[in-house]
Design a protein around this ligand. Structure first.
Ligand code: ADP
Ligand code: MG
Length: 333
C-alpha cells in the first residue's frame, strides 16, 4: 500500500470515528421537557438523553398523588384529616408521616423557626384563601398559643400522626422539596441521570452538565427589578429560594409577606429579602430556606454544625451573605 492510500484510509477512519462520537453526543444532549401545573405550582423538567415512554405521565401522577395527600385545601387529604382529627391519632400514608416527622425534626433543630403548625396564623392572614387581612394583636397572640411543632406526635410505626386539639398543620414550606426529591428518584430509576427539575423555583439538579461540568443556576433578585444578579455552580444538588417577593400583600403602604415568625404570628421582617439554600437533599433545602428566612445568618451557621448545606442570603440593603463554600460557587454576573 502506498503512503498516500494509507493516509486516505486513516483520514476516513478518523472522520468516521468523529462522526460516530458526534452522533453519540447529539443523542446524549437530546433535550426533553415535561411541564405541568401541579401542587399549585408550575413544573418544568428538562431531561437530557434518552427518556423512556410514559415518564411524563408517571411524574404527573406522582405529583397528583402527593397533592392529594398534602393539600391543606383538599377535604380528604392526609393534612386535612390530621387537622380535622386534632386530638386523636390519624392514619396517614408513609409519605405524609415521613414528611411530618422530618419537618418536626428540622423544626425542633431550628428552634421553631420552621414550624409547620403555623397554619392557624397563615390562615388568619388570608394567605390560603387569597382574601388577605391584617389580624389584630390579640387575635395573633391567641393563635400563636396553638403553634408548637414539638407537640406533633408520629407513632413508632410511622403510620399515624397526632396534633393537639386546636392545632393545624400546613406542609407548604416543605412539600415541594419532598416532591422534587421524589421526581429525582423516579428519573434515576429509569436511567435519566442528567436533568434539571424546576418546581416553581425549587430547582433540583440531577447529575452534572455534559462532561461532568457544573450546572449554573441563576438566583433571582429579590428586588423589584427581578433580574438575575448571580448564579451558583452545582452538581447533583438542589437549589431552593424562599423570598419576600414570592407572595405578599400590601395594606396602607406596608408589605406583608407569607413567611411567619412562629413566636409572634407576624410576617418575618428582619431585613432579609431572600434565602437560597444549596443541598444534596431537596427536602432540607426547602425546609431550611424557610427556616433561615426566619432565623437569618446566625441560625444558618448554627444549623451548619449538624446539617450539610450552603446558603446565599440577600439582605434588604443590597448586601449578600454566603456560607464559606457558597462564597466560591456563587458568581456575581
Ligand atoms: P414557597 O412555598 O412560597 O416557595 P416556602 O417554602 O418558604 O415558600 O414556604 C412558605 C409557606 O410555608 C407559606 O406559604 C406558609 O404556608 C408556610 N409557612 C409560613 N411561615 C412558616 C414557618 N415559619 N414555618 C413553616 N411554614 C411556614
Ligand atoms: Mg421552604
Amino acid at each position: 500500500m502506498n503512503k498516500e492510500k494509507l493516509g486516505r484510509i486513516i483520514f476516513i477512519a478518523v472522520f468516521a470515528v468523529l462522526v460516530f462520537l458526534w452522533g453519540i453526543n447529539i443523542r446524549n444532549s437530546e433535550e426533553t421537557h415535561v411541564t405541568g401545573f401541579y401542587m399549585d405550582t408550575y413544573i418544568d423538567c428538562t431531561l437530557f438523553g434518552k427518556v423512556p415512554d410514559g415518564l411524563s405521565e408517571e411524574i404527573g401522577s406522582t405529583l397528583e398523588m402527593l397533592d392529594d395527600l398534602f393539600n391543606v385545601n383538599k377535604k380528604d387529604s392526609d393534612v386535612s384529616r390530621i387537622n380535622n382529627g386534632a386530638g386523636e391519632f390519624v392514619e396517614v400514608s408513609q409519605h405524609t408521616s415521613y414528611l411530618v416527622s422530618e419537618a418536626k425534626r428540622i423544626g425542633e433543630l431550628s428552634g421553631r423557626a420552621l414550624d409547620i403548625t403555623i397554619y392557624p396564623v397563615v390562615k388568619a392572614w388570608g394567605f390560603t384563601t387569597g382574601e388577605n387581612r391584617v389580624p389584630g394583636p390579640q387575635e395573633l397572640s391567641a393563635l400563636v398559643k396553638t403553634v408548637d411543632v414539638s407537640r406533633i406526635e408520629v407513632d413508632e410505626a410511622g403510620s399515624r400522626v397526632k396534633i393537639p386539639e386546636g392545632f393545624m398543620i400546613d406542609l407548604g414550606a416543605v412539600a415541594k422539596g419532598y416532591a422534587g426529591d421524589m421526581i429525582k428518584e423516579i428519573l434515576e430509576e429509569c436511567g435519566v441521570n442528567r436533568a434539571i427539575i424546576n418546581l416553581g423555583g425549587n430547582i433540583v439538579c440531577v447529575g452534572s452538565k455534559s462532561m461532568g461540568r457544573k450546572w449554573q443556576i441563576g438566583i433571582q433578585s429579590p428586588y423589584e427589578d427581578r433580574d438575575i444578579p448571580g448564579y451558583v455552580q452545582v452538581k447533583d444538588q438542589a437549589v431552593v429560594t424562599s423570598g419576600l417577593y414570592e407572595r405578599f400583600f400590601e395594606e396602607n403602604g406596608v408589605k406583608y409577606g407569607h413567611i411567619m415568625n412562629p413566636y409572634t404570628g407576624y410576617p418575618v421582617d428582619n431585613g432579609i429579602s431572600s434565602v437560597t439554600i444549596i443541598s444534596k437533599d431537596g427536602l432540607y433545602a426547602d425546609a431550611l430556606s424557610t427556616a433561615i428566612f426566619v432565623g437569618g445568618e446566625e441560625l444558618a451557621e448554627e444549623l451548619r454544625k449538624s446539617l450539610n448545606f450552603e446558603y446565599v442570603i440577600f439582605c434588604g440593603d443590597g448586601k449578600v451573605k454566603t456560607s464559606e463554600d457558597a462564597g466560591y460557587s456563587y458568581i456575581v454576573k
